[in-house]
Ligand binder design. Structure first.
Ligand code: F6P
Length: 344
């Protein structure tokens, strides 16, 4: 009888999840495994909802955004009975191993299932935020930033024509990588990220200078930032099962645009890319990276190297301990801020 492998995708979706599933199934079938997919992240294994996965099913998903398995932000460790369910269903479905594809939260659960319950788990890193440790890049990031870059290019055309300041808000609750790369790639004039409180005075001075020079300025803003001169961040503080703020109002771009217009008197508009940057076809880079880490997950299982994650280190895909990748987010470092300070 063939050994059975389960796959799930958890957390926010991003382009590359499907190529990763495909890479894992292609390689795993070669090694003699059969696959099932759990639907909607950890919720699928708690509730025992599955679908068969095989080469025919995944062949043409390499170019599809989102995840064919569905996803959720369910954390089984929120309830003891849910952890029990995961362990029961692991047995019931006769799994030899489980591949968890996700970011820090999903892989944090995988780490605990391996460390505390000795389950045969391996991880595949994904996140459009690029905030996962130990891997140089995660798939999803390149596509999202490319999409944001294209949107910023369009905003520059209209902003310059109308001689306005444009504030462009991108995703990134805890880490500013998406904003930083978008700003670097589009000749932006100012960058606002969660890692650094905005110095309102500095921002206004720089925008005024840029505007004097070219009658236009572009400001790229992460969705969760703080201005030092403002009262409290008005965004609601509801949290998800992993304790992250749920940003239902994506208001920072608008708030900063108003601040700039009030302080400078220059006509200012804002735009929010929101979930548009998380869907659509993955870029070439993400398709290849996702395929490689998916294949590596199957290799880790073949080698019985459980409790590992398939990471990109330099140009190689290697197995690293899951526990090294989770527990702490990779935020924009001083090294990158030095670059940013030369540009913005
Ligand atoms: O997956 C991470 C992320 O893309 C964040 O950058 C963003 O804040 C969040 O997801 C949005 O989540 P949701 O889709 O649940 O609104």
């Amino acid at each position: 009888m063939k050994k059975k492998i389960g796959i799930l995708t958890g957390g926010g979706d991003c382009p590359g999840l499907n190529p990763a599933i495909r890479g894992c199934v292609y390689a795993g079938e070669r090694f003699g495994y059969e696959f099932i997919g759990f639907n909607d992240g950890w919720r699928g294994i708690i509730e025992g909802r599955t679908e068969p996965l095989n080469r025919e099913k995944v062949e043409y998903i390499v170019m599809q955004g989102g995840t064919i398995l569905g996803t959720s932000r369910t954390n089984p460790f929120k309830k003891e009975e849910h952890v029990k369910k995961v362990l029961e269903n692991f047995k019931k479905f006769n799994l030899h191993a489980l591949v968890a594809i996700g970011g820090e939260d999903t892989l944090g659960v995988a780490t605990r299932l391996y460390e505390e319950h000795k389950l045969n788990v391996v991880g595949v890193p994904k996140t459009m935020d690029n905030d996962l440790n130990v891997t140089d890049y995660t798939f999803g990031f390149d596509t999202s930033v490319t999409r944001a870059m294209e949107a910023a290019n369009a905003l520059i055309d209209t902003g310059r024509s109308h001689r306005r300041v444009i504030v462009f808000e991108v995703m990134g609750r805890h880490a500013g990588w998406v904003a930083l790369f978008t700003a670097m790639a589009t000749a932006a004039d100012y960058l606002c990220v969660p890692e650094r409180k905005i110095d309102g005075k500095d921002m206004i001075e720089k925008i005024k200078k840029a505007y004097e020079r070219k009658k236009f300025a572009l400001v790229v803003v992460s969705e969760a930032v703080e201005i030092d001169q403002e009262e409290k961040n008005p965004i609601q503080q509801e949290v998800d099962q992993f304790g992250h703020i749920i940003l239902k109002e994506r208001g920072m771009g608008e708030k900063i645009a108003k601040y700039i217009e009030d302080k400078t008197g220059i006509e200012t508009r804002h735009a929010v890319i929101g979930h548009m940057q998380r869907g659509g076809q993955p870029t070439l880079f993400d398709r290849i990276l996702a395929t490689r880490v998916g294949i590596k997950a199957a290799e880790l299982i073949r080698d019985e190297d459980f409790g590992k994650m398939a990471a990109l280190v330099g140009n190689k895909i290697v197995g690293v301990p899951l526990k090294d990748a989770t527990g702490k987010l990779k935020v924009v470092s001083e090294e990158w801020f030095k670059l940013a300070d030369l540009l913005f």
